[in-house]
Design a protein around this ligand. Structure first.
Ligand SMILES: [Zn+2]
Length: 113
């Protein structure tokens, strides 16, 4: 399965990673032969899902339909909120300690010149 990106923040979502997927396809009604478009898969990472659900309704009928579906998921169970929280803590943990890197590099520069 190919890796997808969050539609909102472009973060890469690996297969099996926690996310929200919206599947969309179009189909003719009352027309023969019946036509069906290919299905599109739109992904949102947990942070964006929670952020969108907590935020005001977007503009556009399709956007509002998707927003309501995401709100359903986010409000149904705290699991998605917890996933967003875990990701947020992971990002904070990856940031370098303030000043440590710059300080050692500046010292090296001082001795060289
Ligand atoms: Zn995102």
């Amino acid at each position: 399965m190919e890796n997808l990106c969050c539609l909102r923040c472009n973060r890469e979502i690996e297969a099996g990673q926690k996310s929200v997927a919206i599947y969309m396809f179009a189909q003719t009604v009352g027309v023969r032969p019946r036509q069906k478009s290919s299905a599109q898969r739109i992904c949102f990472c947990p942070q964006c899902s929670v952020s969108l659900a907590m935020g005001p309704p977007p503009e556009g009928a399709l956007n509002i339909a998707a927003w309501q579906m995401i709100r359903d998921l986010v409000s149904a169970d705290p699991a998605l909120n917890e996933a967003a929280w875990e990701n947020l803590r992971g990002v904070v943990g990856l940031l370098p300690a303030t000043g440590t890197d710059g300080g050692s590099r500046r010292t090296a520069g001082y001795f060289e010149f």
